[in-house]
Design a protein around this ligand. Structure first.
Ligand code: SAM
Length: 342
């Protein structure tokens, strides 16, 4: 078993993303989830900071953590360091007290401490507070929690996202933050050996993150300017155009130039009514058409938009697995739907 340390402020969303790379994800406390298995794919997650091979867990209290470690079997050799974290300051536990006391347990058991280059790092995560309430996420039950999770650091997030949109060769207002683009690409199943599509690729934020996690990225956009711009960004961050790792073409998302089941997953950020000149009813037709086309070419999808397109998604043949409302700033909340073809 593994303990996942989640990042960001939205644990239900982070846990949902983590489930794209780890098995049996369940929220335990603010910023802490458990997983049955956590392979290398965990390192490419946007909102998981690290995965730890579990030693055990108890309530968020230093003495309880010390008792747990004293009783635990330790099948490791070499030098150690202890790193404690009071996740989001939620538990009020003194991390220096925790590090000192847990380190002493390891010293008493014959381990040598090396704070600079330890063979093994023991992490103690302390968190307390209410878990979020979300019906699509295991453990997100709105209940109070108090957890100290002790484990050996097994995998740390690489956080190898592309630079922020304004620092890229091609930028347009409305581009998505890199960690969010990474999370949506992951939720759409982007991974080595998988083909990913963004049918409204804009500046290519989603396609770039899909490419960075090793997927073959395909982008289309109705505007030639966006097609050129996405190519520039992909060339900069993913690789040369002679590399078959990505393809970008001008195309209409409601009539994609792709055969049935051409890709493994889709994610797209639909145009926002308030930004574009598209009238509301035309926007609904556009999104419904794009949803129908994406259901033809892929078995799973993520739709990001400034409003709830759930009924259009169902009408286009998708089952809605989960919905999230993610506040971007005062006047923009992104509605995220994760979809599986019926
Ligand atoms: C919200 S933006 C996408 C932003 C993108 N995620 C990014 O990070 O830059 C929506 C994009 O949809 C494109 N678009 C609008 N109607 C389209 C259509 N019928 N087919 C394909 N693309 C379309 C627009 O040109 C625009 O680039």
């Amino acid at each position: 078993m593994y303990w996942l340390e989640l990042s960001g402020e939205e644990d239900a969303f982070a846990a949902h993303e983590a489930a794209s790379a780890a098995a049996g994800v369940e929220l335990l406390a603010p910023g802490i989830a458990r997983a049955g298995a956590a392979g290398p794919a965990v390192e490419r997650l946007a909102y998981t900071r690290a995965a730890h091979e579990a030693i055990g867990r108890t309530e968020a209290d230093v003495d309880a953590a010390v008792a747990l470690l004293e009783a635990a079997g330790i099948d490791r050799e070499g030098t150690v360091a202890v790193r404690a974290r009071d996740v989001r300051g939620s538990s009020g536990v003194s991390t220096s007290d925790a590090e000192r006391a847990l380190g002493q347990v390891l010293v008493d058991r014959g381990f040598e401490v090396d704070l600079d280059a330890p063979d093994h790092t023991l992490r103690a995560l302390f968190a307390a507070g209410r878990r979020p309430d979300h019906d699509a996420v295991a453990g997100a039950d709105g209940e109070e929690s108090s957890v100290a999770a002790l484990g050996w650091v097994a995998r740390e997030g690489r956080r190898d996202f592309a630079p922020k949109p304004t620092d890229r060769p091609f930028f347009q207002p409305g581009s998505m933050a890199p960690a969010d683009a990474r999370a949506y690409a992951n939720l759409a199943g982007a991974a080595p050996g998988r083909r990913f599509l963004d049918p409204m690729c804009g500046t290519g934020g989603l396609a770039v993150e899909a490419g960075l996690v090793g997927a073959e990225a395909v982008g289309t956009d109705a505007q030639a300017k966006m097609v050129r711009g996405t190519r520039r960004n992909l060339r900069e961050y993913v690789g040369g155009s002679d590399d078959p790792a990505w393809h970008v073409a001008r195309g209409d998302a409601t009539a994609l130039p792709l055969r049935d089941d051409a890709v493994d997953g889709v994610a797209f950020d639909a145009p926002y009514g308030r930004q574009s000149k598209i009238a509301t009813h035309d926007l609904a037709d556009l999104v419904a058409g794009a949803l129908a086309e994406t259901a033809r070419v892929a078995p799973q999808a993520v739709l990001v938009a400034d409003r709830d397109w759930r009924s259009e998604a169902r009408g286009a043949g998708w089952r809605v697995d989960a919905t999230f409302e993610r506040r971007v700033h005062r006047s923009l909340t992104r509605h995220v739907l994760t979809l599986t073809r019926e």
